[in-house]
Design a protein around this ligand. Structure first.
Ligand code: MG
Length: 369
């Protein structure tokens, strides 16, 4: 079997000259073969930049567009192709966008392999450890504290046993929001917060940690910027909550120093950014060696959820992840059969490939040419 083409697809549901919220655009990639099998992958990244990484012409042997590297290759040689893409893009890659594009292609290659061998991806990865995986939901941004609490109660009633609140400020309002949420969900309900690195400095984060300690938080995500490993480490002694981070990072080369120096409790690679299914397995090995838990980031397409579930099911200890609650049509309409949550869990399908029925009319309608 040989790869005959690699096509990047940029989806966008809002006009190009308007602001775009998270999840309202997407980067997909399709890998075509001479046996008629087509693999699909995706990345939560800037689609235009990732598209350029795929389609760029060769500049020198460290700067080759990914598509050119794959044409004519056997798609089943996934690890060799991963290495070929990584080492032939090192001048413009190694981190961020190029690795995001590699991640999407890697997922597409696992999709192809599963279809070729006619066994689920989790079987190819070594076997299924569990039939369902517990998820937490991230609360959408609401206009008021009352609306946030109403939404949280609604989600609790839908069966979620764990909720995450974005808290991006450092005012009394932000503290009151957490306090009110804790009050309306009850003392024992699992509640975590995500700061998206907005407290920036160790000092600001430390002061917020002291104010938030009383609310029995499960974990605090990205309290300082992704590269401030020392800040992460110092903060870990200041809270009873677990500290989480890593959604910005790519490959074992970034996760190893993060895990060793920042000493997070929870590591959050995004499977569509960190290097795909192939690379998250290596990141998982490093995390396990250091007593950390992998809880993947997930807020974009149904492709991300499906790929993440296949990986998580094939590990002995990854039994928890984020379930995207995006209301973007890319999340709600792209696939007719996206994995649903039920009673706070997602079931692990024994499907072939990613198992998604993508709506081709939807793709045609929203593809940016
Ligand atoms: Mg986050």
């Amino acid at each position: 079997m040989k790869i005959t083409d690699v096509k990047p697809i940029h989806l966008r549901t809002t006009p190009m000259d308007q602001p775009c919220e998270w999840g309202y655009d997407a980067f997909l990639v399709r890998v075509y073969t001479d046996e008629g099998i087509v693999g699909t992958g995706a990345s939560d990244t800037n689609p235009e930049v990732a598209k350029a990484c795929v389609m760029a012409a060769e500049s020198n042997f460290f700067s080759v567009g990914l598509r050119k590297l794959l044409i004519g290759e056997n798609p089943l040689e996934i690890q060799r192709l991963w290495d070929k893409m990584y080492f032939s893009s090192t001048y413009y890659g190694r981190k961020s966008a190029a690795v995001h594009a590699i991640s999407a292609i890697d997922i597409a290659l696992w999709d192809i392999a599963s279809q070729y061998y006619k066994v689920p991806i989790h079987t190819l990865l070594g076997g299924k450890y569990r039939d369902k995986i517990r998820v937490y939901a991230t609360l959408p941004d609401m206009d008021s504290i009352e609306a946030t609490c109403d939404k949280a109660i609604e989600m609790k009633e839908k069966g979620f046993t764990s909720l995450k609140l974005g808290i991006y400020g450092d005012t009394e309002y932000d503290i009151r929001k957490v306090a009110k949420l804790r009050e309306c969900l009850g003392d024992q309900f699992e509640l975590e917060i995500d700061n998206c690195s907005k407290w920036r400095t160790f000092g600001k984060a430390a002061s917020m940690f002291r104010k938030l300690e009383q609310f029995n938080l499960n974990f605090i995500e990205e309290p300082v910027i992704a590269d401030d490993f020392n800040g992460y480490k110092k903060l870990s002694s200041m809270t009873g909550a677990m500290i989480a981070g890593g959604e910005n990072l790519t490959t074992r080369y970034e996760f190893k120093p993060f895990i060793e120096q920042a000493e997070p409790d929870i590591v959050q690679p995004d499977i569509t950014r960190c290097g795909g299914i192939s690379e998250i397995r290596r990141i998982h090995d490093i995390a396990q060696l250091h007593g950390c838990k992998i809880v993947p980031h997930d807020w974009s397409t149904p492709i991300l959820i499906s790929a993440a579930v296949q990986f998580l099911a094939a590990t002995d200890d990854c039994d928890f992840f984020e379930y995207c609650m995006s209301e973007s049509p890319i999340f709600t309409e792209l696939a007719a059969n996206k994995l649903p949550y039920k009673d706070g869990y997602v079931e692990v399908p024994d499907c072939i490939g990613l198992g998604l029925e993508l709506d081709e009319d939807f793709i045609r309608r929203y593809e940016v040419k």
